[in-house]
Design a protein around this ligand. Structure first.
Ligand SMILES: Nc1ncnc2c1ncn2[C@@H]1O[C@H](COP(=O)(O)OP(=O)(O)O)[C@@H](O)[C@H]1O
Ligand SMILES: [Mg+2]
Length: 269
C-alpha cells in the first residue's frame, strides 16, 4: 500500500540529512504505528507522502502509483487539488483543524466539495459519516460546541470523506486528556475493524502504539537509514488487560529502551 524506496531527504536549512536511503513499507489493510523521539522526523515522513515535501532522491509509492512532489508548487498545486485529482491518502493532524465558522456537517462536506460533488450529495454522505463516528444529531453544531474527543471524531469523519484507502494519522489523540484518549483508542480500533482502511499512525507514546497497532516501526538516528520493526503480540480482538501480558511488557521495555538510547544520542550530538 505504501512503499518508501531509498528515500533521501533533508530540510534545506539543515546541514544534516534527515533520511538517508530510507526504505520501509506498509501493507494494505494493516494498522501500523510509527514511533520515535519528538523532532525525529515522523511528521516529515507524512509530509513526504502527501507531497508537501519532495524527496531529494528515491521513490514513494502508494498503491503501486508513484507519488512525487515535482511541479507541485503554487498555482499548479492548487489547480490540481481543485481539478478533483483522486486523493490517495487522508491526513489527520494532531490539532483537529476544523474550520470554526463551518458547522460540523459543512466541515465534513469540504473534501467532497473540493472534488466538486453536488452539495446535496455531499450533505447526505457527510450525514452518513457523522453517524459512523457517533455524531448523529451534531450536524448543525459548530466545532466550539463539541468536546475534544468529539472534535477529533468529526475530524476523523472529514479524513474519511477524502475517500482514500490510506489514512495518515499524526498524533491525533495527544492533546486529549488520559480518559478521553483511552476511549478514543478503543473507538479507533473498532473503526478500523469495521473498515477496509490502511492506517499509518504516528505517536510518541509506546503504550498507544502497542494497543492500537499490529506492527510498530521505530524511527531513530539522524540521518535515519532504516526503521526498526516489531510485531505486536496481541490478537485483532484485544482488550486493555492484555497489555499486562509478559510478552507485551517485554516489547514495551524494548521499545522504551530504544527511544531512551536515541534520546541520549541526541544530547551528545
Ligand atoms: N520546514 C522546516 N524547515 C526546517 N526544518 C524543519 C522544518 N520542519 C521541521 N523541521 C525540523 O525537522 C525536525 C523533524 O521534524 P518533524 O518531522 O516534525 O518531527 P516529529 O514529527 O518526529 O516530531 C525537527 O527537528 C524540526 O526542527
Ligand atoms: Mg510530529
Amino acid at each position: 500500500m505504501l512503499d518508501f524506496r531509498e528515500v533521501t531527504f533533508g530540510y534545506p536549512e539543515d546541514e544534516r540529512l534527515m533520511f538517508d536511503h530510507l526504505s520501509f513499507h506498509v501493507d494494505q489493510g494493516e494498522f501500523t504505528a510509527l514511533i520515535g523521539a519528538s523532532g525525529g522526523g515522523k511528521s516529515t515522513i507524512f509530509r513526504l507522502i502527501n507531497r508537501f515535501l519532495q524527496p531529494e532522491s528515491g521513490r514513494i509509492l502508494v498503491d503501486g502509483r508513484e507519488v512525487s512532489a515535482a511541479e507541485q508548487t503554487g498555482r499548479k498545486k492548487k489547480n490540481r487539488l481543485l481539478s478533483g485529482d483522486e486523493a490517495y491518502c487522508g491526513y489527520m493532524p494532531q490539532r483537529d483543524l476544523l474550520f470554526p465558522w463551518r458547522t460540523v456537517e459543512e466541515n465534513v462536506m469540504l473534501p467532497m466539495q473540493i472534488r466538486k460533488e453536488r452539495k446535496s450529495v455531499c450533505r447526505v454522505k457527510a450525514g452518513e459519516l457523522l453517524g459512523r463516528v457517533g455524531l448523529r444529531g451534531y450536524e448543525k453544531k459548530y466545532p466550539s460546541d463539541l468536546s475534544g474527543g468529539m472534535r477529533q471524531r468529526a475530524s476523523f469523519a472529514r479524513t474519511l470523506a477524502v475517500g482514500a484507502k490510506l489514512l495518515l494519522l499524526d498524533e491525533p489523540f495527544s492533546a486529549l486528556d488520559a480518559i478521553t484518549r483511552a476511549s478514543m483508542q478503543e473507538w479507533l480500533r473498532e473503526q478500523w475493524n469495521e473498515m477496509d482502511k490502511t492506517v499509518f499512525f504516528i505517536t510518541h507514546d509506546v503504550d498507544e502504539a502497542i494497543f492500537l497497532s499490529q506492527r510498530i516501526l521505530v524511527l531513530t538516528g539522524r540521518p535515519a537509514c532504516e526503521l526498526k520493526e516489531f510485531r505486536v503480540p496481541l490478537p485483532a480482538d484485544r482488550t486493555r488487560d492484555m497489555m499486562e501480558a509478559a510478552e507485551v511488557r517485554e516489547l514495551k521495555e524494548q521499545l522504551s529502551e530504544l527511544l531512551r538510547k536515541d534520546a541520549l544520542q541526541w544530547q551528545e550530538n
